[in-house]
Ligand binder design. Structure first.
Ligand SMILES: [Fe+2]
Ligand SMILES: [Fe+2]
Length: 169
């Protein structure tokens, strides 16, 4: 069977994204664990679910690279932070991190176009949409937190999982 070879540059940038998505998963796991031990049950559930999604994103890159004739490399991951300075700051960190991921996805699109890799360009579009949704959903949470001020964290913690409604993966 003839395998379509990924250009080395494309294989490399996709492998770098494995690292980024895997780190995202671990970052949200670290946040979830902190929130859980602080007693924020709902927020920790949201973050644990987010960590699972990031694991799936990582796996999408693993399979795509291998199916396209490349070799997906599972890297070591940097240890994420252990302590977080409150719920608002935590969600601001999530938004900043997602914006960083969006820029890395955009860079993959740009390289795929430059290298005339239309298959990768087509495949990566799912992540463009996903990043728009993720940024919007985190922004919604931050807006709600701004309305609440630092009060009513109990209600927020109880209601946050309802904000996930309608998300597919
Ligand atoms: Fe992701
Ligand atoms: Fe994400």
């Amino acid at each position: 069977m003839i395998k379509t070879m990924l250009a080395k540059k494309i294989e490399k940038i996709l492998n770098e994204q494995i690292q980024k998505e895997g780190y995202s998963s671990n970052l949200y796991l670290a946040m979830a664990s902190w929130a859980e031990k602080e007693g924020y049950e709902g927020i920790s559930q949201w973050l644990y679910a987010q960590a699972e999604e990031e694991k799936m994103h990582m796996m999408k890159f693993v399979h795509f690279i291998n199916e396209r004739g490349g070799h997906a490399i599972i890297p070591a991951f940097e240890q994420p932070p252990v302590q977080f300075e409150g719920i608002k700051k935590l969600f601001n960190q999530v938004l900043e991190h997602e914006q960083f991921i969006t820029s890395s996805i955009n860079a993959i699109v740009a390289l795929a176009i430059k290298e005339n890799d239309y298959a990768t360009n087509n495949w990566i579009q799912w992540f463009i949409t996903e990043q728009m949704e993720e940024e919007a959903s985190v922004q919604t949470i931050i807006d709600k937190l701004n309305i609440l001020g630092d009060k009513n964290m109990y209600m927020f913690d109880r209601d946050i999982m309802n904000l996930r409604g309608g998300e597919d993966e």
